[in-house]
Design a protein around this ligand. Structure first.
Ligand code: RVP
Length: 497
């Protein structure tokens, strides 16, 4: 006979936190949101700790290099999506690892033989008016000159004029050498009244541009998540099919951690992948696995070598797995169950394996609840898809700006590996939808509000660390009528008139 669980599958909206004693040291300024990303022994620090408990979803519509850079600069981590070729995913990882605050890899480049027409077209495409002129037209080719909007007149000059006739040639450029600090670069910019300083290596290859306006930006990011070599940390999604080729390419590109991406991770495919990674790289490559929704799934992946485990099936905003396959579990219930397994494993072995709550976080207070229920960090798609930095198009629909957001299980993403059950290489049926989310502006501004709320709630609960919150939170179930009581009620709202 089938096994029937006695619990009801519940989600975050069905719970509330009951405040604990707020001592005088419980102020938002004293709250630390540091949290371990990967497994570690009792009393030791994890090899990677996040400065804020957020990671971005392994999705085409979320985790590209620009979002990864901005999230790491704010203390979290992105997992670059794996549903693309190995080469392009490795290139995205490389772009994040190459990022240095204030040092920008040029995205507008031409050769001296291109024409003014090409310049105009490129400016229109990128929106950037500074163009690096390199021997082969690549961002890191030999620097031969530079073109800015001051070098030509769109109305008067012949569009067929070759770039070499109006560019500022290398001999007249002021350049910085690779290795200069941002402070030194700015000094050169200041002394020579420049707008842009190209940085070259000893072979005259273009490496970066430093723009006058970018100086100082790194001072605004005290939470920046970087490694010993000062590069930003970045993760990448992998699958259980091509990992023997994909993982080495990602490692070569400098990835800091990988995560097996699957809607249902309790499988022998994941075990094989974890074993291969650990046999090949030992603890030099950290790897997460998932997703699971119960203790058995957690224990299975941990025994196979997972450095963290992701929790959640069917709760994602764009996910229809529960409707399509009838598998899944309420996100809160799944999380509470897996957190128990994590604690029991720690008790038994002295090894702490962090868990990540993935999908279904809608309101900011859901995030604190998830942390209080035992999540060490949170993976979000919809939340990040709304920001400028996500890789999708911003559109205007009616009077509102929106951004596109589609699931990895949708026909648009065609990520069949995520839903792989063996067999041929194709998505058999859709488990995700293609949608819009309300546009919300810059990530940094939104994080400030969200993290501010999380800190305030933690103070109400008498906790200044996530660990304290997990140990001492008091959580209650709410009835549907008390949910109504929680919103504005029995008043006439002014802004609806
Ligand atoms: P959300 O933050 O609620 O938008 O959920 C994001 C999560 O949804 C992802 O991290 C992933 O686990 C899941 N997902 C991604 N694509 C799909 C799908 O197409 N079904 N689901």
């Amino acid at each position: 006979m089938a096994i029937y669980l006695n619990d009801v599958s519940r989600t975050f909206g069905e719970y509330l936190l009951i405040p604990g004693l707020t001592t005088k040291e419980c102020t938002p300024a004293n709250v630390s949101l540091k949290t371990p990303l990967v497994k570690h022994k009792a009393g030791e620090k994890a090899a990677i700790e996040l400065n804020i408990p957020f990671v971005s979803a392994i999705m085409q519509s979320v985790s590209g290099p620009d979002l990864a850079i901005e999230l790491a600069r704010n203390g979290g981590l992105s997992f670059i999506f794996g549903s693309q070729t190995i080469e392009s995913q490795a290139e995205m990882v490389r772009k994040v690892k190459k990022f240095k605050a204030g040092f920008v890899v040029s995205d507008s480049n031409l050769t001296p033989n291109h024409t003014l027409k090409d310049v105009i077209a490129l400016v229109k495409k990128t929106g950037h008016s500074t163009i690096g002129i390199t021997e082969d037209g690549t961002p890191n080719g030999k620097l031969l000159g530079m073109v800015t909007s001051r070098d030509y007149r769109v109305e008067k000059d012949d569009p067929a004029t070759p770039v070499k006739e109006f560019m500022t040639p290398f001999s007249k450029l002021i350049v910085g050498e690779l290795g200069v600090t941002l402070k030194e670069a700015n000094q050169i910019i200041w002394e020579h009244k420049l707008n842009t300083l190209p940085i070259i290596d000893q072979n005259q290859n273009l490496q970066y541009f430093v723009f006058r306006k970018d100086y100082d930006s790194h001072h605004e990011n005290p939470n920046e998540l970087s490694g010993k070599d000062k590069t930003l940390l970045v993760g990448a999604g992998i699958n259980t099919r091509d990992y023997k080729e994909r993982v080495p390419a990602l490692v070569e590109a400098g990835v800091d951690v990988v995560c097996i991406d699957s809607s249902d991770g309790y499988s022998e495919w994941q075990s094989d992948t974890l074993h291969w990674i650990k046999e090949t790289y030992g603890d030099k490559l950290l790897v997460g696995a998932g997703n699971v929704v119960d203790q058995e799934g957690f224990n299975y992946l941990v025994e196979a070598g997972a450095d963290f485990v992701k929790v959640g099936i069917g709760g994602g905003s764009i996910c229809i797995t529960r409707e399509q396959k009838g598998i899944g579990r309420g996100q809160a219930t799944a999380l509470i169950d897996v957190a128990r397994a994590r604690d029991a494993y720690y008790e038994k072995t002295g090894i702490y394996v962090p868990i990540c709550s993935d999908g279904g976080l809608v309101h900011d207070y859901h995030m604190v609840l998830a942390l209080a229920m035992g999540a060490d960090f949170l993976m979000m798609g919809r939340y990040f898809a709304r920001f400028d930095e996500s890789p999708t198009k911003k559109l205007k629909i009616g009077n509102n700006f929106v951004k596109e957001y589609w699931g990895e299980g949708s026909n648009r993403a065609k990520n069949w590996q995520r839903y792989d059950m063996g067999g041929n290489e194709a998505l058999k049926f859709e488990e995700g939808v293609d949608s819009y989310v309300p546009y919300a502006g810059k990530m940094k501004d939104n994080l400030e509000v969200t993290l501010g709320k999380i800190k305030a709630t933690m103070c109400s609960c008498g906790s200044i660390t996530i660990e304290q919150l997990q140990k001492s939170a008091k959580i209650t179930l709410v009835s549907s009528t008390s949910i109504v009581e929680g919103g504005a009620h029995d008043v006439i709202l002014k802004d609806q008139n």
